[in-house]
Ligand binder design. Sequence first.
Ligand code: SF4
Length: 374
Amino acid sequence: MATDCSSEPALDARWKQSFRRRLLTWYDRHQRDLPWRRSQNPYRVWVSEVMLQQTQVETVKPYFRKFIKAFPSVKRLAAASEQDVLRLWEGLGYYRRARQLHAAAKIIVAEHGGHFPRDVNTLQTLPGIGRYTAGAIASIAFDERVPILETNTIRLLSRLIGYPDDPTKSAGQRLLWQTAEDVLPRKNIALFNQALMELGSLVCTPGSPQCEQCPVAKLCTAYADGSQSAIPRTGRKVNFISVAEAAVLINKQGKLLLRQCPEGQRWAGLWDFPRFEIVGEAPQFVHDELTKKVKEQIGLVVDPKELVKTIKHGVTRHRITLDCYTARYISGRISRRHGTALRWVRPAELGAFPLNSTGRQLANLAHLSMQNGS
Ligand code: SF4
């Protein structure tokens, strides 16, 4: 029976018992062998959960292995430089996650003696740890009886109880957190919560859930009334914004200018080539606009040359067309401006800097073309 938006989930004891048994039996047979599942170490659970936010499992695997190899403990992470942390995170995106992970590691070492708090409320005082991540660490690492709710379990639980409204709104969130708590068994919480996420991820998938293979199909409201494709109801459509930007590879005697993205801007802490939003389209306008912006914002006189590459990419709601130009340095000295660090870097040194993904593509291109002497 579909659940009314304002009502509490009506899961009786027999339903819950059957659900837990079916879910855990299925998980025992079908769970994936993932690198972060080989131990219940809270540090590894935490790193994996943060990496998995907004990122697919297959993408996370190599990053997780590299990260844990470089920083095998929370103490080692706390002692690392932010640049080293960002360099290892490079390509994973959402770099704020890495900076918060690093900041939280320092607090765990300074204020908790390097030991993870077990309690969800204390965990949530750490940077980047919200209710879900706190629940995941406490339940998976410490077997604490606390619920979790993330993308996969939101979808799974919404369908199970037949929740017809938008589950991201506050009424939906309240109901689903309550449901996630209601279905918890008394013990084996670590297994149970992982099993919930795994079923949502592998079987109760967004597009076409595999209901015929689902171990809990008999208990599922959406399956009974055929409403799987309508649940969960999605929120408002995202309106994308088109943006034109230009990046400049300014060459001064074989060195290229890099800038560090300042606090409060995209990619804060990472390095990039100078880049600007542009309005001109004809080559002469872009040349003049770039010359002016480099002078105003960096204090250098440069002569923009050829367009070497166009990269289309997305950042949150923005769909960016990035035209990348080479430019010849003419005059001027760099200094720290508006909180932005600037540095002349040899192409062979670019590998040591954490760059955003377009910056890395351009760095590889520049390194290659300068090696070939062009
Ligand atoms: S029966 Fe289908 S919709 Fe229901 S939980 Fe299983 S996979 Fe999801």
